[in-house]
Write a protein that binds this ligand. Structure first.
Ligand code: DGL
Length: 281
């Protein structure tokens, strides 16, 4: 096993990716992390594929300039629309959150009816459906994927309405067709949704919920890009955002499950220029 003390880079459209970082931190206690939340341009989930690709390239370039050994795209929308572009652009490993969650859903289902919920862009991309039922795998070919965009969940979670009657009503409405389809497994295909797990599980008793962050963290563990236990930086998180609002620390703490250091502000101008500079160089 080769030691490599460089940090792991993680980016998301905002704070949602902290639910992915939460699992990375738990599973990789010797690693240090650089997290970039593009809070000035969130949400990505309602934007065009071209825009999400450009933003993702800029975020990944920023992380690469901080000499990370690996980039985790801790955003389903960016993983759905930009992962191929990022993997073609950078030489370091780039891990998205979709393929491992698709694999976990395929392993978990007993009746072959799998639900997927996510942003409009993630669901419109069909990435989950393709990965769950594709690639010539005979077991996967039997799967039926029932997808539904749930755009109201992101603002509800950011409002902290994790178990309010309004959220329950909206969740019941969103999930009704998936229940009618008899799903036994549901992929939470958006980084905000794990915070709604208790509510969703109460509406879907007996259904296995798949947390894409947990699956992606397992993927990273499998890469064996290990830092030494003596590394001074072990488990240190450097936090960067493109916009800072007073609610950041409270929300970030809730998403990460740990106290969060004050983030450093990165301007959008510098992000845009950094990708331009990399391309020219
Ligand atoms: N992080 C995004 C995702 O997982 C949700 C928020 C957004 O729309 O940008 O798809």
């Amino acid at each position: 096993m080769q030691l490599n003390n460089k940090p792991i880079g993680v980016f998301d459209s905002g704070i949602g990716g902290l639910t992915v970082l939460r699992h990375l931190v738990r599973k990789l206690p010797n690693e240090s992390f650089i997290y970039l939340g593009d809070t000035a341009r969130v949400p990505y989930g309602n934007k065009s594929a071209e825009t999400v690709k450009q933003y993702s390239l800029q975020c990944a370039t920023f992380l690469k300039q901080h000499d990370v050994k690996l980039i985790v795209v801790a955003c389903n929308t960016a993983s759905a629309l930009a992962l191929d572009t990022l993997q073609a652009e950078f030489e370091i490993p780039i891990i998205g959150v979709i393929s491992s969650a698709a694999q976990a859903a395929s392993n978990a289902t007993h009746n072959n009816h799998i639900g997927v919920i996510g942003t409009r862009a993630t669901i419109a991309s069909d990435s989950y459906a393709l990965q769950i039922s594709g690639f010539g795998d005979l077991k996967r070919a039997l799967h039926h994927v029932h997808s539904r965009p749930c755009p109201l969940f992101v603002p509800l979670v950011e409002e902290g309405w994790l178990n309010s009657p309004a959220t329950r009503l909206i969740a019941e409405e969103y999930l009704r067709p998936l229940i009618a389809n008899g799903i036994d497994t549901l992929v939470l295909g958006c980084t905000h949704y794990p915070l709604l797990s208790p509510l969703l599980q109460s509406i879907l008793p007996g259904v296995t919920l798949i947390d894409c962050g947990e699956c992606a963290a397992e993927d990273v563990v499998g890469l064996n890009l290990t830092s030494s236990a003596e590394s001074d930086n072990a488990n240190h998180i450097s936090m960067y955002v493109t916009d800072y609002s007073p609610s950041f620390s409270k929300l970030a703490n809730q998403f990460l499950g740990l106290p969060v250091d004050e983030p450093t502000l990165v301007t959008i101008d510098s992000l845009v220029q950094s990708h331009g500079a990399t391309k020219l160089g």
